[in-house]
Design a protein around this ligand. Sequence first.
Ligand code: GLN
Length: 492
Amino acid sequence: MTDLHRLSIREISEGLAAAKFSSRELTEHYLKRIAKIDPQVRSYVTVTNDVALAQADSADALRQAGQATALTGIPVAHKDIFCTQGIKTSAGSKMLDNFISPYDATVVAQGKNAGLVTLGKVNMDEFAMGSTSESSFYGATKNPWALDHVPGGSSGGSAAVVAADLAPFATGTDTGGSIRQPASFCGLTGLKPTYGRVSRYGIIAYASSLDQAGPMARSAEDCAYLMNVMAGHDAKDSTSMDKAVEDYVANLNATTLKGLRIGIPKQYFNVAGLDAAVKARVEESLKKLEELGAVLVEIDLNMTESYVPTYYLIAPAEASSNLSRYDGVRYGYRAENPQDILDLYKRSRSEGFGAEVQRRILIGTYALSAGYYDAYYVKAQKVRRLIQQDFLKAFEQVDVIAAPTAPTTAYKIGASLDPVEMYLGDIYTIAVNLAGLPAISAPVGFDQDHLPVGLQLIGNYWSESQLLSVVHQYQQATDWHTQRAAIAEENA
Ligand code: GLN
């Protein structure tokens, strides 16, 4: 079969079960596509050919023995922020360019237990700081819809591999939008779960109170399959929730759109940088949801103006603390011929970290310093609570909240946004992380340059099943999620 990469996860699962093809054939098909197409997209940092083929063979053997699960033998790509035993784990940084992880992140281990086949590790903004994937030490990944545009970030590699059909689905992490925004820029579906739903163990930390891992794929249905693997309590992560995991696939039809109350925050549609085409596509998608039975309710989210300043104090503050471990001594990059210990720290960190990471360490260290801690960090924490309360008040009125995922479509590579401009592009995604809520992005059309537009739906705590179900209902009635970039149509 030459079009294995066009199958949905359910179709792959059924095909493997019916022995229409083996995991080995499927894996070889993807590896060939990667070899042929990825030199243009530049999404993989590491392709794990041998590991993938060995895992595919064991998956086929398990299936022969009648021990396969729904996902046994299906390939996946992992963001290069998840520790993978024996495989380089770089977080997109020169600092970790030489780091071979001695253990697997829980998400990676859960994937192995389910029989997933690891195709490799994919590119990202350095330490997940950014919105374009351009801050990676390995250079920019291209948007499969237009190779001179960015795929978004920080999980840009995860989005690009799925959009170019170089993996059927991928893992991502989202600290302030890094699953949803690249999904939006690449025409995919991406879910950021409730904080604590997925283990953070073995994920290279950016901002620990905001980081959360989730699935990126073509459809809500494909995401549900990966969520079934990723979700769950982990004794190794004390912030993971000991709460029963739902069957996200079985629940895809559990929510009906009939009578579903969708909140439309007034403030969100009056944001200065909101692109006209993005606004139009999002409004059309809301009309469609209304046609399908949903009720649109105008709501207030009065804290909107505080999102960007609050996030850009808390995230860098936590990052500055998390990144203090990279000192050139224990692991990671070490400067050559240091004069003394201070010189070793200074040069290892100056040479090992890129500009955006250094900027955030500076901001975060400043915000946490004795003289400014109350004025900045403590104040930001108080505002964070108000942002959460604003959402909780809204959820007394509505079931989900709708918003654009990002104010624009994908930027041109090298558009050289100044940092503040780039931070403003996070306005619709970061409050969700500050509040710890789940949210999903789904494709709802294109702009005048045929770049994808995403609709974001924000749910109350632990409502990921409902979010997947709502998007699934929408995707049953529309076909934006089935459209493919030209490069994805190429056969290996
Ligand atoms: N763009 C945001 C930032 O740079 C979000 C990144 C993320 O979610 N990892 O912090």
